[in-house]
Design a protein around this ligand. Structure first.
Ligand code: 3UK
Length: 515
């Protein structure tokens, strides 16, 4: 499928509405408080769209969406898209000042916010000159704010779709950079069906009978695509959970109750489930047929332990907000544990050196990708855009190499790679080795200068329950690494910590650990 296969005037609300002819009464959304059919969702989407128009929201304008993963996130998102506006999918875990940056940068005039998240907005409202209307999902806190239910209550359930061009923008996500302000990334209507077809259908093999569930939240494109867009593209169901996925029993309870067939998570999420006593006995996993991991590389030991305990394969694929979703992936029936799999039709990839020349097979270099779903730039960030969006190619910032069989292996971020004794060491490889040790729950390896000022690997380790950090344990771990990988790659220091710093989306923030 190519972008040019879509009608020139296309609106991604089609991903919801194509279901109205074939399966209007099928349950489209399963949530703890309500179930909605495709018809019911569509009716409410129309009401949201009409209500937004009454607030004078026009094509091309942004609407902030700061909501837990509940039905209102979905109806708002599609309502915004359907009238040709741009949904700003806001990260629910950010602090007020970060939300203020996003609302200012995106210039949202209307904000739809969940009552539970009002505390992140209240302290900054006075600073937000552009923000005129606040719609609250739940009880309103303040005079002048509108409550979502009464806001849409008297609106017509009929709404024509805006004549958007397939290349018009429909969503804006802010990607938590490792340093600096978050980067606003605009995606177009075309990116939704394309990613759904290219990876969701062609690689993952989604079908109508599936039900998707995951820890990645709807504000993150890994979650929006995986849990909502791709399932609806094929008429499958979506399971939403408003409760925080970092509490692992929330995940387990939801799997048990709603019986998903597809599960999305980051590697740390899979590790957390497995660290729960008898998780696969106490909770019913029998509905699952496939699991997906992304966000960071999935170490082979986690892949193997999960397979052993659940019998399920995890499909690891690398994606990014810049590309909307996964562009390099393992696939059912063709998995190499620990790798990111292989390229698939729709995306080209290449690995280049500092001079943009392709490196030899087996050598580590910078991963570039080319495909029709890449964003065009970062909003208001000219310099960073020019370093990332290189014409047809997207500079991912990831280091990769290809093995003899054509599988791609992540070797850290451009800025995470370590030169130790003049030789590249991938912190990811050291981490993945340590994770093979039975006492290690999680770990992160960063570069630290030694007494001579030379960079060496240092490991921060979270131990599993029942193990304690000690000199003896450090020695055991280092010896273990020496056994498993080249000796120069071993960590020179081990620090035991209770937890690792992570981004809102669950990625370990190695930069915070660098000395
Ligand atoms: C890293 C991975 C190794 C990599 C994402 C799937 O993570 C997503 O988007 P972000 O913009 O981050 C992108 C960066 O994260 N990464 C992601 N997946 C993997 N590294 N193996 C992986 N499987 O550094 C990449 O450049 O937050 C993932 C779908 C949609 C997404 N937005």
């Amino acid at each position: 499928m190519k972008a040019s296969d879509l009608p020139m005037y296309y609106n991604a609300v089609n991903i919801l509405e194509h279901n109205l002819t074939s399966r209007p009464d099928k349950v489209a959304l399963h949530t703890a408080d309500r179930e909605m059919t495709f018809r019911q969702v569509s009716t409410e989407v129309n009401q949201v769209g009409n209500a937004l128009k009454k607030l004078d929201v026009r094509m091309g304008e942004t609407v902030g969406l700061l909501c837990l993963d509940c039905a209102e996130w979905v109806t708002s998102f599609f309502g915004i898209m359907k009238i040709g506006a741009i949904a700003v999918s806001m990260n629910t875990l950010l602090k007020p000042q970060e939300q203020a940056y996003i609302l200012r940068d995106s210039r949202a005039r209307v904000l739809i916010v969940h009552a539970a998240l009002l505390p992140a907005i209240e302290p900054i409202r006075a600073e937000l000159g552009f923000l005129k209307h606040v719609i609250v999902v739940g009880e309103t806190g303040r005079e002048g704010d509108l409550s979502y239910r009464s806001w849409i209550g008297s609106e017509s359930t009929e709404l024509g779709v805006a004549p958007t061009h397939r290349e018009d923008f429909c969503s804006l996500n802010y990607s938590s950079g490792t340093t600096g302000e978050p980067k606003g990334i605009l995606h177009a209507h075309k990116d939704y069906p394309l990613t759904a077809q290219l990876w969701g259908v062609n690689v993952l093999g989604l079908r109508e009978s599936d039900r998707a569930f995951g820890a990645p939240r709807l504000f993150f494109t890994f979650g929006t695509g995986g849990v909502l867009i791709f399932p609806w593209f094929v008429g499958a169901g979506a399971i939403l959970m408003a409760a925080p996925p970092r509490i692992v029993t929330n995940m387990l309870d939801t799997i048990h109750r709603f019986k998903p067939t597809i599960l999305y998570n980051a590697p740390t999420g899979y590790a957390a489930m497995m660290a729960t006593e008898a998780f696969n006995i106490k909770y019913d996993f029998s509905s699952l047929r496939l699991c997906v991991s992304a966000g960071e590389s999935l170490p082979a030991p986690i892949w193997r332990q999960w397979k052993e305990k659940t019998g399920l394969d995890i499909i690891d694929g690398i994606g990014s907000t810049e590309n909307y979703h996964i562009f390099l992936s393992n696939r059912p029936g063709d998995i190499r544990a620990g790798s990111s799999g292989k390229p698939f039709p729709g995306y080209e990839v290449k690995i280049v050196d500092e001079n943009m020349n392709e490196v030899a097979r087996g050598e580590v270099g910078n991963l570039l990708i080319k495909g029709e779903t890449a964003a065009l730039s970062y909003l208001h960030q000219y310099d960073r855009s020019r370093r990332t969006f290189l014409g047809e190619w997207l500079f991912t910032g990831d280091k990769y190499y290809v093995d003899e069989d054509g599988y791609y292996w992540h070797a850290g971020r451009s800025d995470d790679m370590l030169k130790v004794g003049g030789i590249w060491v991938s912190p990811v490889e050291v981490e993945s080795t340590l994770l093979g040790h039975p006492a290690v729950l999680e770990c992160a390896v960063v570069g630290q200068g030694d007494s001579a000022g030379l960079i060496k690997p240092k490991a921060f380790v979270v131990l599993k329950e029942g193990h304690t950090g000690s000199d003896e344990m450090s020695k055991q771990l280092v010896d273990y690494c020496k056994e498993q990988i080249a000796e120069y790659k071993r960590p020179r220091w081990i620090e035991f910590v209770a937890e690792l710093p992570k981004t809102a989306t669950g990625k370990i923030q190695r930069f915070k650990l660098r000395g």
